[in-house]
Ligand binder design. Structure first.
Ligand SMILES: [Fe+2]
Length: 387
C-alpha cells in the first residue's frame, strides 16, 4: 500500500509561542487583519499580547474584526473578507477557538477570489467555485480541540438555509500555526470538556473509518492516549500547564489525522444538529451522538474499535469501545441526550434528510455504510437515551 503524508503548515509549539507572531508576520508584510471572537481573547489578555508582538516587529497597521461567534456563519466570513479587500491587508491572523480560526482561513480564500463564502463550501456534488488564490494566514488557537490550525477545513453555517458545511481545499491551510498552551489556561470547565471531546472524536473517527493511512493513524492513536490521560486532569486542575500542554498537542495531532483520513458519521450527524440548534456547541453534539454511532459502527471495523477500547483503558474488544465512551463522557460531564439540549423529537426526520442531502459522501467511508433508516434510528436513540 502506498500512503501519502503532506504537512504544509509550519508549527511553533510551546508556552510563550504567541510572542513569535510579530516575527512571523513580518515575512508576509506590514498590514494585518486580526480575526477573533467578541470576548475571551480580550479578557484573557491574549489580544493585547498579539498586538504588542506585531507592533514590536514593525507591523503598525492592524485592522481588527472581532465579531466571530461559535458556530460561525457565512456572513462573518463575507464581512471580514470585504474588510481585507478594502484595507488591502497583507496577511490574516486568526486568534481564538475553532470558529475564529475557521473564519480566518475562509477569509483568506473569499477575499482573494470571486464570489462569497457559500460558493466554496463542499456539498456532496462539490463546491460551486474553486479558489485559485489565497492570503497568508497565521492561526493561534486558544482552545484545545478543533485542530483547525493545522488542517484545510473551515466549518461554516448558513443560517438561512440552516446548513453547516465545510470548506475543504489545499488553499485553505494556514501558513503558520502558533500553538501556545498557556492561552488555553483560561478556558472554563465546560469549554475544556467539549473542545477536548471534539479532539477525541477526530482521533476516533480518523482511526476507525475506512480510509487507511498508517502514518496518519499514528497521530490518532497518540491523540487518544493523551486525551484519555490529560483531559480529566485539565478539568480537575484548570491551571495545570502540563495537562493543558498535552491537550493542545493532542488536539493538533488529531487535527493532522483528520486532514489525511477525514471524519465519519459522528460528525455527519452532528452538523445538522448545531445548524438547526446553534446554541448546541459542536463538541457537545458530538458527545451526545458518539456512543450511539459507535454502537452502530463497531462491527464494521472490529480491530480498530478494539484498539480504541484498549487505548481508553478497557478490555481489547470492539464492543467495549461503546463502554469506554460512556464512562469517559460520564467522567467529563458530557453524558447527555438530544432531548436534554432542546432538540425537538419532530425534527428528527428533517435532521435525517439533512444528513443525506449534505453529508452522504461520508457514508462510503463510515465503518458501516448506513441507510437513512439507520441514521433516523441513531437520532431516535440519542434523543431517548436508549443505547
Ligand atoms: Fe470536530
Amino acid at each position: 500500500m502506498v500512503v501519502n503524508f503532506y504537512r504544509p503548515v509550519e508549527v511553533f509549539f510551546g508556552e510563550g509561542a504567541l510572542s513569535k507572531v510579530g516575527e512571523v508576520g513580518r515575512r508576509f508584510g506590514f498590514k494585518a487583519l486580526v480575526i477573533t471572537g467578541k470576548k475571551s481573547a480580550k479578557k484573557s489578555g491574549a489580544l493585547d499580547k498579539l498586538f504588542e508582538s506585531l507592533k514590536h516587529h514593525g507591523i503598525q497597521e492592524i485592522v481588527l474584526y472581532d465579531k466571530v461567534e461559535p458556530n460561525p456563519v457565512d456572513k462573518m466570513v463575507n464581512e471580514a473578507s470585504e474588510i481585507a479587500v478594502k484595507e488591502k491587508v497583507d496577511f490574516i491572523v486568526g486568534l481564538g477557538g475553532g470558529s475564529a480560526l475557521d473564519v480566518a482561513k475562509a477569509v483568506s480564500i473569499v477575499s482573494s477570489n470571486e464570489g462569497s463564502a457559500w460558493d466554496y463550501v463542499k456539498y456532496p456534488e462539490g463546491p460551486r467555485l474553486i479558489p485559485y488564490l489565497n492570503r497568508p494566514v497565521i492561526c493561534i488557537p486558544t482552545t484545545a480541540g478543533t485542530g483547525s490550525e493545522v488542517n484545510r477545513f473551515s466549518v461554516i453555517t448558513n443560517p438561512i438555509r440552516k446548513e453547516k458545511l465545510v470548506i475543504s481545499h489545499s488553499l485553505n491551510y494556514p501558513k503558520v500555526a502558533i500553538v501556545d498552551p498557556s492561552l488555553t489556561l483560561t478556558m472554563d470547565r465546560k469549554l475544556t470538556a467539549i473542545t477536548g471531546f471534539d479532539a477525541l472524536t477526530h482521533a476516533l473517527e480518523s482511526l476507525t473509518n475506512r480510509v487507511e493511512n498508517f502514518m496518519a493513524e499514528e497521530y490518532s492513536i497518540r491523540a487518544i492516549e493523551l486525551i484519555r490521560k490529560w483531559l480529566p486532569v485539565a478539568l480537575e486542575e484548570p491551571e495545570n500547564i502540563t495537562a493543558r500542554r498535552w491537550m493542545s498537542y493532542a488536539s493538533m495531532l488529531a487535527g493532522i489525522a483528520i486532514d489525511h483520513l477525514g471524519v465519519a458519521l459522528i460528525h455527519s450527524l452532528e452538523h445538522p444538529v448545531s445548524a438547526h440548534y446553534p446554541h448546541v456547541a459542536h463538541g457537545e453534539g458530538l458527545a451526545i451522538l458518539a456512543p450511539y454511532v459507535t454502537a452502530f459502527n463497531y462491527k464494521g471495523n472490529p480491530e480498530k474499535y478494539a484498539l480504541f477500547a484498549k487505548l481508553m483503558g478497557e478490555e481489547e474488544k470492539p464492543h467495549k469501545a461503546v463502554d469506554a465512551l460512556v464512562k469517559f463522557l460520564e467522567k467529563i460531564g458530557l453524558l447527555k441526550t438530544l432531548k436534554d439540549v432542546g432538540v425537538e423529537e419532530d425534527m428528527i426526520d428533517r435532521l435525517t434528510e439533512d444528513v443525506y442531502m449534505l453529508s452522504r459522501h461520508s457514508f462510503l467511508i463510515n465503518p458501516v455504510e448506513p441507510t437513512l433508516d439507520d441514521v433516523r434510528n441513531i437520532y431516535e436513540r440519542a434523543y431517548k437515551g436508549e443505547l
